[in-house]
Design a protein around this ligand. Structure first.
Ligand SMILES: Nc1ncnc2c1ncn2[C@@H]1O[C@H](COP(=O)(O)OP(=O)(O)OP(=O)(O)O)[C@@H](O)[C@H]1O
Length: 451
């Protein structure tokens, strides 16, 4: 197995960093400022106070695999690193974005060999573990179980929904919190002053600092990345301080490059859906490609497809919902990068399908009535007639069984009295809904006895 695998992870050459090892000077500021000991970690006191679970782990108490769950840039990678440093284990990292079962197996195999050969233990850090498919997560189980690796998995999504049960039950789930404004301020000041940061070459003006704190939204990486961009800009103009104007002029760039949870994400997702609704298959594929390339969570994309299969296509092509659900399953099953093909197939299916919004209109009108209080008693003949005493109440009495009629439909009141004659579903007549445009009015007239 090539050592190079470890170098291709999310921190480049930093992947196998050891205490005291010098980081490349050209590493990003956020990487250079990564805490080297627990004392340098800000916030997360609920996990790091005396006797708290993470401190015990870092201090070498009973090693357990951990799932770190929390927003981006709050210290998940950092803490994984510290666990390996403090416990003298080698640090191997994989990103679920770019690794498959093959890579997972290779890393585990290497960990097993090292353990057998020299007794050297490994912390295996898996970033964004929620992006792993079930099969990929299952590949980790054996090694976690027999302690070949100490797994530290990070996720920004609730692990109870995104991590397979056997892995969940073998791990300690620890939730990280967004950093407080004061924590971010501390990190910015450290980065400005310390040698491994900007080395005190520039001053950070007060309002510029406040702006960076606000922009960060509790994400330390975002704060340090924006600071670095502003510092580069200030240096290039020969200034000796970073002022508010410089921060404002540079943050857009920083935001576009690094802001996974920001506006771009929602704008592109919105354009994707609107292209599908507009039947522009090529534009839809373009936005899909942008999301895939940006590392968007494939399950987020799949969920949008499932929603819009019903909202924009509905009964005009009932197989669209099946296609979207199948793509969602496929993504879960095979993971990325192969999952992109299933997503593309569902995108093409939805974009080229005939369109109808009759389903969403129908349910929303029905909901509107219910919310307006139009929800009278259920007609007695439709009530549950199975329990003891039901008959006495007159429940189910007079109910007519539609199958007894040759057409399978008969005249009978189904809605509460005040809603008799109310039509919610209005077929558009497009695609497969065409047949419903004929059938639904006929059904209504039989049921309402107008025939
Ligand atoms: N709690 C913290 N204390 C000190 N520095 C922090 C903390 N959290 C993050 N940082 C700084 O931000 C950088 C990025 O943090 P880290 O990689 O640990 O975040 P993460 O939670 O793993 O984020 P992501 O989910 O985006 O991968 C670190 O290199 C470090 O400089």
């Amino acid at each position: 197995m090539s050592e190079g695998l470890f170098d291709e992870g999310l921190f480049g050459a930093d992947t196998e960093m050891r205490a005291g090892e010098k980081l490349a000077e050209n590493a990003p500021l956020a990487v250079r400022m990564r805490p080297r000991s627990l004392d340098e970690v800000v916030g997360q006191q609920h996990l790091l106070g005396a006797g708290a679970p993470l401190r015990r782990l870092v201090e070498g108490a009973a090693p357990a695999s951990v799932l770190l769950y929390g927003p981006p840039g709050t210290g998940k990678t950092t803490l994984a690193n510290l666990v390996s440093l403090a416990t003298g284990r080698r640090f191997a990292a994989l990103s679920a974005l770019s690794s498959g079962v093959k890579e997972v197996r290779a890393v585990i195999e290497e960990a097993r060999r090292r353990l057998g050969r020299s007794g050297e233990a490994t912390v295996l850090f898996i970033d964004e573990v929620h992006r792993f498919s079930k099969t990929q997560q299952d590949a980790l189980l054996g090694a976690v179980e027999d302690r070949t690796v100490l797994l530290v998995a990070a996720t920004t999504e609730n692990p109870h929904f995104s991590v397979v049960a056997p892995l969940l039950s073998r791990s300690l789930v620890l939730q990280l919190r967004s950093l407080e404004e004061d924590d971010i301020r501390t990190l910015l000041r450290r980065a400005v002053g310390e040698e491994r940061g900007l080395g005190g070459a520039l001053r950070l003006e007060e309002d510029a600092e406040a702006h960076l704190v606000a922009l960060a939204g509790g994400d330390a990486r975002r704060a340090l990345t924006a600071l670095e961009a502003a510092a580069e800009s200030a240096t290039s103009t020969g200034a000796d301080a970073i002022d508010l104007a410089t921060v404002e002029a540079t943050v857009n760039r920083a935001a576009v490059l690094y802001d996974r949870g920001g506006d771009q994400h929602y704008d592109v997702a919105s354009a994707f859906i609107k292209s599908i609704r507009g039947s522009d298959v090529d534009a839809a594929l373009h936005y899909l490609a942008r999301m895939v390339e940006a590392g968007e969570d494939p399950r987020f994309i799949a969920r949008r497809l499932v929603v819009h299969a019903s909202e924009d296509i509905g009964m005009a092509d009932p197989t669209a919902l099946q296609a979207a659900v199948a793509a969602a399953h496929a993504v879960q099953f095979i993971g990325m990068p192969e999952g992109r093909i299933a997503l593309a197939q569902a995108t093409i299916h939805l974009a080229t399908a005939p369109k109808s919004n009759a389903v969403i209109m129908a349910i929303d009108e029905a909901l509107g009535d219910v919310r307006a209080g139009k929800a009278g008693p259920v007609p007695p003949h439709l009530r549950d007639g199975h329990y003891a005493g039901a008959e006495k109440l007159g429940n189910a009495k007079g109910y007519q069984y539609p199958h007894n009629k040759p057409e399978g439909v008969l005249a009978q009141q189904y809605p509460p009295r005040e809603l008799v004659g109310r039509d919610y579903y209005q077929p558009t007549g497009r695609g497969a809904e065409r047949t419903l445009s004929d059938r639904v009015p006929k059904l209504r007239s039989i049921i309402r006895g107008e025939d």
